[in-house]
Design a protein around this ligand. Structure first.
Ligand code: 13P
Length: 266
């Protein structure tokens, strides 16, 4: 285990909460979450809220992530926001989320261009990978993860890969938003296997050092009750949380679980 890898809890708010609701949720989280130097807490609100929240947040507690951005820095692309425009606002960018791959037809090439664009603009990618239900049933999990990892990282260097985050989010385990308590989650063995495949693929491409430096997260129906056990999975560096991140009791409970785990290991 590489002790340099800081535990990371990411809240992906998806298309929920307007600017004032986002600000209120951050306020509530600020009251409940202590400053944990060993746990990095990252929030991905709506794009609209990034600017005001970048001023509001206590930077010792929270970092911001964009949920998406366009891969070309500037040009005649009506309606788009580029990674270069987000440079001063966010540390991270979620790239290749299954919502975007499946609902907005983002293909492997686009994900690859976005990873390169984020890195070029000093935004750290949180690359999401994971198989659908059909792919799982067809025994294609390993191939899907391999293809998604290998193509996404094609245009970045080994050094750039080192500080990246890859989230394993099996599409079949994602909640529909608010019903995060009652959904299928993979067995710990399945998550462990995916983590190992991700690191193995990174190692094949960029060597041992990159493979042991990247942080690997799990996402899919995570809540305050499941967080601690999930974080016990070997090689797992954190959690990417959807529905439960909209609820401050749940999300601060998840951060607490991560902190407890860190304290036990210290
Ligand atoms: P849920 O936690 O709601 O399943 O969503 C996970 C996710 O998609 C985070 O990016």
């Amino acid at each position: 285990m590489n002790t340099q890898r800081k535990t990371m809890i990411v809240g992906n708010w998806k298309e929920h909460l307007n600017v004032s609701q986002s600000s209120l949720l951050i306020h509530r989280l600020h009251e409940r979450i202590k400053t944990h130097r060993s746990v990095e807490v990252v929030l991905a609100p709506t794009m609209l809220a990034l600017q005001p929240l970048s001023v509001q947040i206590d930077r010792r507690k929270f970092r911001l992530a964009a949920q998406n951005a366009y891969h070309i820095d500037e040009g005649a692309f009506t309606g788009e926001v580029s990674f270069s425009m987000l440079q001063d606002l966010v540390h991270y960018g979620i790239i290749g989320h299954s919502d975007r791959r499946n609902k907005f037809n983002e293909n492997l090439d686009e994900v690859c261009s976005k990873v390169a664009a984020a890195v070029r603009n000093n935004i750290m990618p949180i690359l999401c990978v994971g198989e659908s239900q059909t792919e799982k049933l067809a025994g294609e999990t390993n191939r899907v993860i391999h293809d998604q990892v290998v193509t996404a990282l094609a245009n970045v260097t080994a050094k750039e890969v080192q500080s990246m985050v890859i989230a394993y989010e099996p599409v079949w385990a994602l909640s529909s938003g608010t019903d995060f308590m009652h959904h299928a989650t993979p067995k710990p063995d399945e998550i462990l296997s995916a983590i190992n495949i991700i690191r193995h693929n990174v190692k094949e491409l960029y060597g041992v050092s990159a493979a042991s430096s990247i942080r690997v997260l799990y996402g899919g129906s995570v809540n305050a009750s499941s967080a601690y056990d999930l974080l016990n999975i070997k090689g797992l560096d954190g959690l990417l949380v959807g529905g439960a991140s909209l609820n401050y009791h749940e999300f601060s409970g998840i951060v607490d679980a991560a902190f407890r785990k860190q304290q036990e290991e210290a």
